[in-house]
Ligand binder design. Structure first.
Ligand code: FES
Length: 476
């Protein structure tokens, strides 16, 4: 089922690339991060084109809950302790500036995209100390934040952390308008990138600067993003007849949910889990080294795959008796080892390649942050706030723990296909690096637990980093 954003917007089609060209910068990926980066590069006087394998906004931009916030779960207290106050301040101010820039741009261009300023809350039914500490940390970094106990949601909370002046909008209405100002080639899949040359089936683009903004970098070496990032799936049901909150809400408990209003609907989200892992067993912290803060759905119930939406529907019935489901959909997010995005130089070995990935659940604000940082880097401006987002930033204790957990999944996935097939079930291996895929009955897809590639029942590629379909084999 498609998201509510996809239902009421058609983005103008663009021609595929046909022939060779030379430009100053090329952006790979026409989601929000790619289009915004190209937009600001063009504003800076740089000749830029965007290459998109499918359609503008056809990736994760259309599956988001479209909250524009500097509130990224419990993060600021941790950032101060791990990176120091100046770096934490850069993260806070870059995200606050991103919200302001959306506001400014939407006003300047007169974009009708349902943009609304509103507060954002973290809530807990049991925890108060963490929320208090987070509010204090955020406030000390310059964010207007406070701790309290008042909450609009139909559940009792122990406390909330409130951030002022956050926002929500319709991501595809915004994207459609900004994309009008950018040169985009659709249905133009990048086959190979060699130094400054990008090859597609229809032609090549030679550029001084190359930006990888296609969700998960598909080049393994250099950069090694496959070793320091995994993917999570999460689920949304859109509810009619539910009381709509003014604010944006995110629960920090194991069964915490996400709430936001969208027109007449309430979007209820949650039930995150590592892609390709649909079973009980590990604690939330083990499953989510990047600390995305979302729950592993079956960590306690052990009900197995196939009930993510049912869990959300059951919670919806509890919270909003009599509500009706208007639609449901799922999203896929890249999670880094320390929970911060990778925005900056792709690798020290390729100083003219750039990357924007690992946005976690915070894709809207991170897309704007990426666009501003990458534009500054490419146009030679000073960008001190770039350090905290740099893919080459220092390795924290949390990242080390994340690496161990992520590495264990990868090793398991890689060795699993060597094991004998006990019950004659034959499942394809992932063409990315060979891990055994897991059948996901709820979404009828083969999902890879190593780095999150997904394929439909016929083996056609749904999500990277894999770049090709997988060979279809008999499923038992
Ligand atoms: Fe990397 Fe499957 S996504 S092995």
């Amino acid at each position: 089922m498609q998201s509510v954003w996809s239902e009421d917007i058609k983005i103008r089609r663009r021609e595929p690339l046909a022939g060779d060209m030379e430009v100053t910068a090329v952006v790979i990926g026409a989601g929000l991060a790619g289009i915004l980066t190209a937009y600001y590069l063009k504003q800076a006087g740089i000749r830029v084109v965007v290459l998109e394998a499918d359609r503008i906004g056809s990736g994760q931009t259309k599956n988001t809950t479209a909250k524009i916030t500097s509130q990224h779960n419990l993060i600021y207290d941790r950032l101060i302790r791990s990176f120091g106050r100046p770096m934490a301040e850069h993260y806070a101010m870059a995200n606050e500036a991103a919200i302001g820039e959306y506001d400014r741009l939407i006003l300047e261009k007169g974009i009708d995209c349902d943009f609304v300023r509103c507060p954002a809350y973290l809530y807990s039914r049991i925890e108060t100390d963490l929320l208090k500490r987070e509010a204090e940390a955020a406030e000390s970094l310059g964010i207007k934040a406070s701790y309290g106990t008042e909450c609009e949601l139909p559940l009792s909370v122990a406390g909330v952390t409130r951030f002022e002046n956050q926002a929500r909008f319709h991501p595809l209405k915004f994207l459609a308008k900004i994309a009008e100002e950018v040169e985009v080639y659709e249905q133009t899949k990048v086959l190979r990138v060699e130094d400054r040359r990008v090859e597609t089936a229809g032609g090549t683009v030679t550029a001084e600067h190359i930006v990888f903004a296609a969700h998960y970098p598909f080049i393994n070496v250099p950069g090694y993003y496959f070793a320091r990032m995994y993917q999570e799936r999460s689920y949304v049901v859109a509810l009619e007849g539910a009381e709509r909150p003014q604010g944006l809400y995110l629960g920090i408990d194991r069964d915490g949910l996400s709430f936001r209003t969208c027109g007449d609907l309430v979007l209820l989200g949650g039930e995150s889990h590592r892609t390709g892992v649909n079973r009980k067993s590990r604690s939330n912290k083990e499953m989510n080294p990047g600390d995305s803060g979302h729950t592993e759905m079956n960590s306690e119930s052990g009900t197995g795959a196939g009930c993510k939406y049912e869990v959300l529907r059951s919670r919806a019935r509890e919270l909003y008796p009599g509500c009706r489901e208007a639609s449901h959909w799922s999203a896929q997010d890249c999670i880094t080892l320390d929970g911060l995005p990778y925005i900056g130089r792709f690798s020290r070995r390729k100083p003219f390649w750039y990357v924007a990935t690992g946005f976690g659940k915070w894709g809207m604000t991170s897309a704007m942050v990426s666009a501003r940082i990458l534009t500054a880097m490419i146009s030679g401006q000073d960008c001190p706030e770039g350090d905290i987002f740099s893919p080459q930033r220092h390795f924290t204790a949390q990242a080390a723990k994340g690496l161990a957990v992520h590495g264990a999944y990868t090793v398991k996935g890689l060795t699993k296909h060597l094991l004998p097939w006990g019950n004659k079930k034959i499942v394809p291996n992932c063409p990315h690096m060979g891990c055994r895929l897991e059948w996901n009955p709820e979404e009828e897809s083969y999902d890879c637990p190593c780095h999150g590639s997904r394929f439909d029942g016929e083996g056609h590629l749904l999500d990277g980093p894999a770049q090709t379909d997988c060979r279809k084999r008999e499923r038992g």
